[in-house]
Design a binder for this molecule. Sequence first.
Ligand code: HEM
Ligand code: HEM
Length: 172
Amino acid sequence: MTEEVSKNTSSQTKSKLWVDILIFIAFLVTMDPRSSGLAIHEWLSLSMLAAMTVHLLLNWDWIIQITSRFFGKLGGLNRVNYILNWLLFVDGTLIMISGIMISESALPLLGIHLPQGFGWRRLHDMSANLFLLMLGIHTALHWNWIVNTINRYVVQPVVRLFAAGAKKDASA
Ligand code: HEM
Ligand code: HEM
């Protein structure tokens, strides 16, 4: 999250970290349907909709603030982040719609059969590849946050745990 609106509590930041790790791993699995199998691909990506909603809700303050100030004075990389986030949203919607249109597992199981054609497969493939590219930029733009948060909430607690264990051994 960019500095201007970063008045998060530590529990909010921890929630963000775990949700981000979850969607990142889920995304990597969905990008390789041949390894996971099509059923896992479809159900996992459909359930990512819920996780993505949480991702957006955890950043809701930022979205509201930047939306209201977009055409005014806006510092740092907020404007770039904002535009990229919208592109991710539109592209993510295209992936989901095209995926649902070519579904071979989830929708038929629910008794839904959609008309084929229109190049949905091509659109699905193209929008997924574009998403991968934009996610690389999204990650790069939040790199400092990722490194600092992992350091504070994962690395440091583990180091403290080992240090406490070593102290106990030494005093025994
Ligand atoms: C696999 C997918 C994604 C991953 C791993 C990811 C990761 C991240 C990370 C690490 C942050 C900074 C920490 C935080 O605030 O949570 C962030 C912020 C944010 N992301 Fe994502 N994100 C993903 C997809 C998306 C998508 C599809 C959208 C838009 C629909 C989006 C919108 C945002 C927004 C609005 C913010 C906060 C504002 C900002 O600083 O840009 N993210 N994301
Ligand atoms: C995060 C969301 C998703 C991503 C990143 C994603 C990504 C991909 C990728 C990379 C492929 C391989 C394309 C190829 O090699 O030609 C694929 C294939 C496929 N996806 Fe998705 N997908 C997502 C969501 C969905 C959803 C929601 C469904 C359906 C409910 C779906 C159904 C399919 C099907 C049926 C194929 C096989 C197409 C074929 O064999 O030509 N996908 N997806």
